[in-house]
Design a protein around this ligand. Structure first.
Ligand SMILES: [Mn+2]
Length: 460
């Protein structure tokens, strides 16, 4: 792959006269000419401008209508944010997951109205009218017209002004109204209640969340892209790290690689925990200077196309594991493998958790002193993965092909200033599990080999 190199040179010659730390080697961030997350944008679509997989979202709407049987589902999109008020630097506009799941549109202040009747269903997309003055500031909007109908694959597209009228029309009999109750604003809920006084409201979220458990082909494509980008970031981090580097500098290399490969944003705040910080499970301050002899645990994932990866790698800042670090690391790795080897349809996450803990306990020996190492494995083995890093749905549902989850055992020994976590993303196939993030080096040998190669490449 053609790539141009951007050299970020650390404080070199000017400071090298001072005694303190050895002058850091330059860090190379590879800017790929062809990002892993490339796609063909549709100019008329707001947001990222990615085309909608109209067949796939239509199948999801049909599945929801089949669950409902009889009734009306009403799903609002996310709203625009106000730069004066909302601290947009915390997070740019991101579509509501439920709305995205059933439309793949990144448009704001819209509604999806689904009417379910036995053997049939009808979808209506309600969009705000276009505001050409506002478009000068924030870009193209999808308006209630034939362009929206074509791009969204929903034939009935009307203005949001007709929400109440459409709702009364769709809900003529006494069928229940399904709303994602946790997601609608109180104003939105009030306007629906006013349009349909005295009606029964039910929560749509649990139905939508249960559909999201098994990923379809379009979702898997997105997850695989997010994971490939994430792997590139972890590999770049392993190549770049060195004693004297600060955690946030390692974070910068990893996140720059995500973005350089087309990531839309982070899936969650990056955890770069060296030394004792590695034993703080969700440490994301990332402000410590890393020292030779430290392990650094990096839990970072890119989001692409609304879907995120969730990958953790732990490696030695110096490029070489000590014998003790290697022994502990190999136990975590073998524990992960033991759980993975039991992945197959029908198994429950709780079964994998028990298998992992039993394995770690049975193979601890004297590694963790008087106690067994599994007592220092202080979080659960994993979680569902999708649009959310902790994707919703029954946390102990039996595995089915198409489900995606993490396997992430760890051992945390703050008394030794050490935390080890190895986290990979796994797809359930018809017969077993498939590692999705295995391209990020995972054995101590593979990590040391990569770090040695990276180290030579960056030495002047
Ligand atoms: Mn995780």
């Amino acid at each position: 792959m053609r790539a141009c190199l951007l050299l970020l040179v650390g404080c070199g010659a000017a400071l090298s006269a001072q005694a303190a730390p050895p002058s850091p080697a330059p860090t190379t961030i590879v800017i790929p000419a062809v990002p892993l997350g490339r796609w063909t944008p549709i100019a008329l679509l707001p947001g990222m401008g990615r085309p909608v997989d109209t067949a796939m979202v239509s199948a999801r709407r049909r599945a929801l209508l089949a669950c409902i049987g009889r009734g009306v589902a009403l799903i609002p999109s996310a709203h625009t944010r106000d730069v004066e008020r909302d601290h947009e630097q915390d997070n740019d506009f991101r579509q509501d997951d439920t709305f995205f799941y059933f439309t793949q549109l990144e448009t704001h202040d819209a509604w999806l109205l689904l009417a379910a009747a036995p053997e049939s269903g009808h979808a209506t997309l309600l969009l705000p009218p276009r505001d050409t003055a506002e478009e000068r500031w924030t870009g193209v909007q999808l308006g209630p017209d034939s362009v929206a109908a074509r791009l969204a694959g929903i034939l009935d597209v009307v203005s949001v002004d007709s929400l109440e009228a459409r709702l009364s029309l769709a809900a003529q009999d006494s069928a229940p109204i399904y709303l994602p109750l946790g997601d609608v604003t109180s104003d939105e809920q009030r306007s629906v209640e006013l349009a349909l006084p005295g009606r029964e409201f039910r929560d749509l979220r649990s139905l939508a969340d249960s559909l999201r458990l098994v990923k379809d082909a379009d979702e898997l494509r997105r997850i695989r892209t997010a994971i490939d980008i994430t792997v590139a970031g972890h590999v770049a981090g392993m190549r770049a790290v060195r004693p004297g580097m600060w955690e946030y500098q390692l974070e910068a290399v990893i996140e720059a690689t995500f973005r350089a490969n087309g990531a839309d944003r982070l899936g969650y705040p990056s955890f770069v925990g060296s030394g004792v910080n590695g034993s703080t499970l969700h440490y994301d301050v990332n402000r410590r200077e890393m020292r030779s002899g430290d392990l650094v645990a990096v839990d970072a994932g890119a989001e692409w196309g609304q879907y995120t990866a969730d990958v953790t790698r732990t490696y030695p800042v110096s490029g070489r594991f000590t014998a003790r670090q290697k022994a502990l690391y190999d136990l975590v790795l073998a524990t992960q493998r033991a759980a993975f080897d039991s992945v197959r349809p029908g198994v429950r996450p709780g079964d994998l958790e028990r298998i992992a803990r039993r394995y770690m306990k049975g193979h601890s020996g004297a590694l963790c002193g008087e106690r067994s190492c599994d007592e220092y494995f202080v979080h659960s083995l994993g979680h569902w993965l999708g649009m959310d890093v902790h994707d919703p749905g029954d946390s102990d549902a039996r595995l089915q092909p198409g489900m995606v989850f993490t396997i992430e055992p760890g051992i945390y020994l703050p008394a030794e200033s050490l935390g080890i976590r190895i986290e990979d993303d796994v797809l359930v196939t018809k017969t077993a599990g498939e590692w999705l993030s295995a391209q990020a080096p995972r054995t101590t040998e593979a990590i040391e080999r990569l770090m040695a190669a990276g180290g030579e490449a960056r030495r002047p």
